[in-house]
Design a protein around this ligand. Sequence first.
Ligand SMILES: Nc1ncnc2c1ncn2[C@@H]1O[C@H](COP(=O)(O)OP(=O)(O)O)[C@@H](O)[C@H]1O
Ligand SMILES: [Mg+2]
Length: 238
Amino acid sequence: MTVTATPDSEVKQSTEKNSSPAYEVSGLEKIYPGRNGDVIALKPLDLTIRQGEFLSIRGASGSGKSTLLMILGGMAHPSSGQVLFEGKDLYQMSTGERACYRAQSIGFVFQMFHLAPYLNILENTLLAYHKRWFCSDDGKTPVERAKGILTQLGLQHRLTHRPAALSAGERQRAAIARALFNRPKVILADEPTGNLDPDNARGVFEALQTFHQEGGTVALVTHGEMGADYATREIQLS
Ligand SMILES: Nc1ncnc2c1ncn2[C@@H]1O[C@H](COP(=O)(O)OP(=O)(O)O)[C@@H](O)[C@H]1O
Ligand SMILES: [Mg+2]
């Protein structure tokens, strides 16, 4: 398995070349030891993701896309190498500091949504609410803020529905609402449209695009062709 994220694999060039880096990744590698030998999940990778970029990460199944995103999300320790977020080494942080990074700086969107099945959509969005960190610059309560985001995503008529009562596209938009709740700097999305038809996929990409247009940074792992229309830069893991 060869992983390349060198400039010649950058299919599409970024327009945010002058902004400061959100992530600086160097020599990043992930190996899972196994009984029948090691599994190399991610071969050594250097990558810079600039603030305000919409980066699309592509590559065949098994090329390490999810592994990379999990490591960027502070959810999987690399075997070697370094991930700096705004100059701070994610894996030199204490567990508590890394939890703050996950809760405050990023929003993570999974292919399988990962909504709590026993909570309705409004309550699922409010899972991201932390009293200490909540800042409402527009005077809204947490519930009003959650309703506002869900309304922007076209879910105002679904607030009291549980995930099982929603379509896959609606579930994913609810997951995006939860990811947006804390005004993250970055959205990390791992094949968020993998289970959606093209119409619903478009709704998800448009929500990510709105976040990007408002200044957010996006790293999107995508299999299909559609995501490329929204990205400002594309890399390929092979
Ligand atoms: N927890 C794990 N233990 C062992 N191997 C793993 C584990 N997670 C992922 N892998 C392996 O690492 C490789 C990359 O996985 P992944 O990052 O999920 O790829 P992708 O998202 O590009 O399909 C795959 O060969 C996968 O089987
Ligand atoms: Mg994957």
